[in-house]
Design a protein around this ligand. Structure first.
Ligand SMILES: [Zn+2]
Length: 104
């Protein structure tokens, strides 16, 4: 059994606000920060795609955070390991909405 404090610390560590524990909704939308591949290695769901209507309870979103799903769009300021890895590589930048930043 995870205590409320442990849950809070893990959620915050995963990029959620402390307030999430008091403000979560029964249903929420999560954003992929990590692409999902099929068995052949092709991308099925790309970074930035959403999964809507999932349970918003802290235990659930925390489980999803461990596999790269968060309640904020992926961005260059995101501190999750997938966004940091992407920034370290040469893939195009994304803005705060998870959209690619177009080169001028
Ligand atoms: Zn991220």
């Amino acid at each position: 059994m995870t205590s409320r404090n442990e849950l809070r610390d893990e959620l915050v560590g995963a990029g959620y606000s402390v307030k999430y524990l008091d403000e979560w909704q029964p249903k929420t939308t999560l954003y992929r920060h990590k692409p999902l591949y099929n068995i052949e290695g092709s991308i099925i769901f790309d970074v930035g795609s959403t999964v809507s209507g999932v349970p918003g309870n802290p235990q659930y979103v925390l489980r999803k955070a461990r596999i790269g799903l968060f309640n904020q769009p992926p961005s260059d300021t995101c501190e999750c390991r997938w966004c940091r890895e992407r920034l370290a590589s040469s893939t195009p930048k994304r803005d705060g909405n998870g959209k690619f930043v177009k080169k001028k």
